[in-house]
Structure formats: structure tokens, C-alpha cells
Ligand binder design. Structure first.
Ligand code: GAR
Length: 221
């Protein structure tokens, strides 16, 4: 929580790919609707579009390539070293596709959030859109949640839903879901930066009120 309203929250964003969610944070900062400063972007992959986005926005970026580490623990140790250089108030996982060890995650509980492309607890893990289509679901969506050591299992903050259309492919549905991801993720980050969002004993409080275990539901205007 940022107690001093004068100071902008320092944010570190972890990516693995295209970085369209990163772009939504860059845009939100530029529009003045995110009271934070993106101090650094870290990717576990070289040559991804997200790194270009960081460069264009003049944000320092770093590659910590998981392939160059003998173990997951060694990778996470180096990742934490780079993250901690920036003493972030908030760590944002934005399409970061590595499973993180408990010892990494436990350093940031209550100040690390993730977005997952499903309405959790449905479809944790990978291939969420194809799994929803195969199950003949009619609704898909995205969840922003606090990160705990359990994969995609931390308490939800905000969820958004989209319809699944008859002709949908995973790509079409994924694009529809990404569109709402770009709306809900900066909202949650802003709540955090404004000190309106806290995690206590694995429960999420928004404006001091404990929220439902499914999180709040985003309603588009
Ligand atoms: C997003 O759909 C995000 O929800 C998903 O990866 C995509 C990244 O897109 N994240 C996960 O699946 C995490 N388990 P982006 O790189 O364009 O932001």
C-alpha cells in the first residue's frame, strides 16, 4: 500500500511475450489514470514484442532467460535479484509464463498480481480458451488475482466475462478476452496504487470491505 500520496508506486512488470497487457499499463500511465511508475520490465524471453514496447516507452528492460539457469530455484533467485533492484511497491505478472517457486512468491505476497485468461477457478493452467470451447461453455473471461504459491490459485480481485460465440476458435475467443483484460488489469493496479486494495490472511479487501471469494465482477459501461 502506498501511504504517501505524493509518491507514485514503483511497479515492476514481468512478461514473456507480446506485452499487450504491458501496453495497457503504459497507456494508463500516459493517460494519468494509473498513479504508478513502471520502473522496469523483465522478460524471461529475448526478442519478444513486449520488450520493444518497453523500449519505445523508455522503460528499462531486462532479460532473465530461464534457459540459462540449471534449476527453477536458480532462475527465481536471479529474477528476484533483478526485481528487488527496483524495490517495487507492486509486481505485475503480465503474460509471464513461468511457474514461480514458493520462495520467490512469498517475498511478494500482497503486492504481486497476475491476470489469467479464464474465469477462475475454471481452467487454471494453459490452453484456457480451447478448453472452454471444447466444454461447450457459453461464457469465458479473465481474472485478476493476488499471487500466492498455488498456481492460478490466489484470491481473485476482479473478473470480467465475455460470450463464447458458436464459430469461435481459441484465437478469436482469446482476442475477445484480451480486450477485457486490457480494461480490468489497469483498474486493479490503480486500486492498489491508491491504497484501496489489500490482502489480509488470504482475503481481499477493497476500500476496507472484504470481497467475495470469486472477486468483484467488472461491468462495462
Ligand atoms: C494474456 O491473455 C494473459 O492473460 C495470459 O497470457 C496473455 C499475455 O498476453 N496469461 C497467462 O496465461 C498466465 N497464466 P500479452 O503478452 O499480450 O499481455
Amino acid at each position: 500500500m502506498i501511504s504517501n500520496q505524493e509518491k507514485k508506486a514503483d511497479i515492476v512488470i514481468l512478461i514473456s511475450g507480446g506485452g499487450s497487457n504491458l501496453q495497457s499499463f503504459i497507456d494508463a500511465c500516459n493517460r494519468g489514470v494509473l498513479d504508478g511508475r513502471i520502473a522496469a520490465v523483465i522478460s524471461n524471453k529475448a526478442n519478444v514484442k513486449g520488450l520493444e514496447r518497453a523500449k519505445i516507452a523508455n522503460i528499462p528492460s531486462f532479460i532473465v532467460d530461464h534457459n540459462t539457469f540449471p534449476t527453477r530455484d536458480a532462475f527465481d533467485l536471479e529474477l528476484a535479484t533483478v526485481v528487488n533492484m527496483f524495490k517495487p511497491d507492486l509486481v505485475i505478472l503480465a503474460g509471464f509464463m513461468r511457474i514461480l517457486t514458493a520462495s520467490f512468491v512469498n517475498q511478494y505476497v500482497g503486492r504481486m498480481i497476475n491476470i489469467h485468461p479464464s474465469v477462475l477457478p475454471a481452467y487454471p493452467g494453459l490452453n484456457t480458451h480451447q478448453r472452454a470451447i471444447d466444454a461447450k461453455d457459453t461464457i469465458a473471461g479473465a481474472t485478476v488475482h493476488f499471487v500466492t504459491p498455488e498456481l492460478d490459485g490466489g484470491p481473485p480481485v476482479l473478473q470480467a466475462t465475455v460470450p463464447i460465440e458458436k464459430q469461435d476458435t481459441a484465437e478469436l475467443l482469446g482476442a475477445r478476452v484480451l480486450n477485457v483484460e486490457h480494461k480490468i488489469y489497469p483498474i486493479v493496479a490503480q486500486w492498489f496504487c491508491q491504497g484501496r486494495l489489500t490482502l489480509r490472511h488470504n482475503k481481499v479487501f477493497h476500500d476496507g470491505v472484504e470481497i467475495d471469494e470469486k472477486g468483484l465482477l467488472f461491468k462495462d459501461k
